[in-house]
Design a protein around this ligand. Sequence first.
Ligand code: M6R
Length: 361
Amino acid sequence: DMGGHDTYMHKEISEQADAVDRVLRGRIDDRFSTVHLGGLNLDAREARGVRRIKILGCGTSYHAGQIGAQLIEELARIPADAEPASEFRYRNPVVDPDTLYVAVSQSGETYDVLAAVQELKRKGARVLGVVNVVGSAIAREADGGTYVHAGPEVCVVSTKCFTNTVVAFALLALHLGRIRDLSVADGKRIIDGLRRLPAQITEILENEDEIKKLAAEYADAKSMMFIGRVRGYPVAREASLKLKEVSYIHAEAYPASELKHGPLALIEPAMPTVAIVPDDDLLEKNRAAMEEIKARSGRILAVAHQVQEKADHTIVVPKNENELDPILMGIPLQLFAYHTALAMGRDIDKPRNLAKSVTVE
Ligand code: M6R
């Protein structure tokens, strides 16, 4: 049942305020400015002993894991990174007993992620799952974890599950942070930010008509560049994946700082750039990157917290705490990809060559 929407993608994008509300519900502990995650199976002593966190996933779940790794480093100060599960499996990784492994998956059935979990467990590592589908293979195989509570996601193109997975990582990062060195004040600041998310998501989605017009404006592009820095970079990668899988327009994502090391050669009017420009300590650096693009007659669509003069167009999104900004900045670009694909007559819920869950190697 699409509940009045023409596609599941549109329905699922529209459900995100409720979905985020669900992943937060019942978990916030205001007394200690932390969160409770019932199924982690990791007591405080064990959590304090974690020296590194390695996050494994594929596609959109991998991108959510990249933001998750940044949140964990920022809030819990535990070194963390994300890697495609398929790469990890095939490079004979060093499995370290002080590393906590986190497997991320919407379906909980992605073969490369499941196989990585099984290999890690065979070697005695501790593996948590950040999974949407309750009782799925990865959820069962993991030692513990947290459900993402996005609700069923039918469209092959993942949207609401991405957002909820990142929020689930924010909860995990806050929980680990408050067991370690994150202050009460910072814990409270993040909790307040998390509580603002559903209303801010609604605000973003109310801009759909404007985003639809912008999609028409850029629909002649043969290829698009997505750029961001640090918090904005995984957002750029995910937005680039969304556009290519649903519209079949070629897109690639780069850290803004890498442009001058090669990809600037591609910039011309037929190759527009989408720039993720949060109002944080990298704002000036991002403005400089936009200036470099303008100097080569590139068109720019910015996603930012205020109108960007260097850009041709700006989608303004509400500001949250710096750490939580990536959760919101990708949402308008889901709609951007959707409207681009719709105008091109694409099979939105079932893009060619793709399957909802990849249960083969
Ligand atoms: O079910 P999973 O989250 O494990 O799936 C991983 C990827 O196959 C998935 O995110 C894929 O990249 C989507 N088509 C993205 O929209």
